[in-house]
Design a protein around this ligand. Structure first.
Ligand code: AMP
Length: 341
C-alpha cells in the first residue's frame, strides 16, 4: 500500500492531513527535538525519528521508506537543508519533478526559467556598481528572506554585506544576488498543475509577514531615521488575500506560461503545486521576483479550501489533499510514472 511521507516542518501537517483524508498511510520524518509537537496529531501514522533531515539520504531511512512504498512530498525545508545534488540522489520517489528544484535554488537558472515564461521580472544587477535606485540583496536558495537587505548605493551595499559576513550569515558577494526593488502590493499566487488532466488550477493567494520589514510601519519615520537597523525579510507567517476578479485572467495566463516554459527547459516540467511570487503595481501589473517549484507554506492558510479552490471543488480542498488526490488518480490509472521522479 502506498504511503505519503514528508519532513516534519513547513507544511507537513497540511500535507499529511490531506494524504490521510485521501486514504493513504502517512509517515513523518521527524527531528527528535520536534517529536512531542507532532505526536499531538492523530493523522500521522508513523514516525521516522532522525537527528538531522540529511539522514533520509542514508540507507537506513531509505529502507524504511521503501518498505512502506513511500512517496516523498518535497517542501521548502527539503530545499533549504539539502543541495540539489543531494535531492536528486534520493532513491525514494518524489512527487513532482525533483530536477526543477535546482531551478528554484539557483538564482541564475531561476531567472532563465522566468524569462522563458515571459514573466515581467525585476532587473537583476550584475555588480553593486550597477545599483542606482532601491535594490534588494538576496541570498541563494530557500533562505526564507533571512539575511536579505535593501540598499541604495555600492557604498551602502558593502557596509551591509560586511556586517553579514562578520555575523557569519554569508561568506561573500557570491552568496548574494542583487535585484531592483519592485514596488507595490505583494501577492503569492498558488497553483497546481495536473499533468494527468493537463489543467492548471489556481488555488489561492497569500501575503507573507516578514520580520522585521513588516514591523517598520509601526515606527514613525522620525524615529526610523535615528536607529541604525537593516531590515531583513525573514518569513514569520502568512495572511490571506483575494484578488480583484479582473486580475484573474492574467493570473491564469502567467501560470500557464510558466508551465509551458518548464516543459521546455526541465522535462517533464512543472508537475503539481508551485507559486509565483511578486507585487502588483498601481496599474495592476504583476512583477514576479521569485517562484517556488513545490508546495509553499502560504497554502497552510487554506486547509479547509480557499476562495478559489471552492470554485473548482465541491468539497474542502487543501493543497495537501490535492497532491494526495493526484497520487490516487495516478495510481488508479497506472500513471504514477507521470507524476513522480
Ligand atoms: P524571495 O526569497 O525572493 O521570495 O524574497 C523574500 C522577500 O523579499 C519577498 O517575500 C519580498 O518581500 C522581498 N523581495 C524579494 N525580491 C524583491 C523585489 N525584487 N522587490 C521587492 N521585494 C522583494
Amino acid at each position: 500500500m502506498t504511503s505519503v511521507a514528508t519532513l516534519g516542518s513547513h507544511c507537513s501537517l497540511q500535507v499529511l492531513k490531506g494524504a490521510k483524508d485521501e486514504g493513504f498511510k502517512t509517515i513523518l520524518i521527524c527531528e527528535k527535538k520536534r517529536e512531542s509537537l507532532y505526536r499531538r496529531f492523530s493523522f500521522i501514522d508513523e514516525f521516522i525519528l532522525v537527528d538531522s533531515f540529511k539522514e533520509i539520504l542514508g540507507l537506513k531511512c531509505a529502507k524504511r521508506l521503501e518498505e512502506q512504498d513511500a512517496i516523498i512530498i518535497p517542501h521548502g525545508t527539503l530545499i533549504a537543508q539539502m543541495s540539489s545534488q543531494e535531492i536528486e540522489s534520493i532513491k525514494i520517489p518524489i512527487f513532482g519533478n525533483k530536477r526543477i528544484l535546482k531551478w528554484e535554488s539557483d538564482r541564475n537558472m531561476k531567472e532563465k526559467l522566468m524569462l522563458e515564461a515571459k514573466l515581467n521580472i525585476p532587473k537583476s544587477l550584475l555588480s553593486p556598481k550597477e545599483i542606482k535606485g532601491l535594490a534588494i540583496a538576496k541570498r541563494h536558495g530557500a533562505a526564507g528572506g533571512k539575511g536579505y537587505f535593501l540598499t541604495t548605493s555600492e557604498k551602502d551595499y558593502k557596509r551591509k554585506r560586511d556586517k553579514l559576513i562578520q555575523q557569519g550569515t554569508i561568506k561573500g558577494d557570491s552568496d548574494l544576488y542583487l535585484q531592483e526593488y519592485a514596488f507595490g502590493v505583494s501577492a503569492y499566487l498558488q497553483y497546481f498543475y495536473s499533468p494527468l488532466k493537463d489543467t492548471l488550477e489556481f488555488f489561492g493567494v497569500d501575503r507573507r509577514y516578514e520580520s522585521d520589514i513588516d514591523g517598520l510601519g509601526r515606527i514613525p519615520a522620525s524615529q526610523q531615521i535615528d536607529i541604525d537597523i537593516t531590515p531583513s525579510f525573514n518569513v514569520i507567517g502568512n495572511s490571506p488575500l483575494v484578488l480583484r476578479e479582473s486580475l484573474l485572467e492574467e493570473v491564469y495566463s502567467m501560470g500557464e506560461k510558466f508551465v509551458e516554459a518548464s516543459k521546455k527547459l526541465v522535462t517533464p516540467g512543472m508537475t503539481g503545486p508551485f507559486c509565483l511570487e511578486g507585487v502588483y503595481d498601481d496599474n495592476g501589473r504583476f512583477t514576479a521576483f521569485e517562484f517556488s517549484a513545490r508546495i509553499v507554506a502560504g497554502t497552510n492558510l487554506y486547509v479547509e479550501g480557499s476562495p478559489y479552490s471552492a470554485f473548482i471543488y465541491d468539497e474542502p480542498m487543501s493543497m495537501g489533499k490535492r497532491i494526495a488526490r493526484e497520487i490516487k488518480n495516478a495510481e488508479k490509472d497506472n500513471q504514477l510514472v507521470n507524476i513522480l521522479t
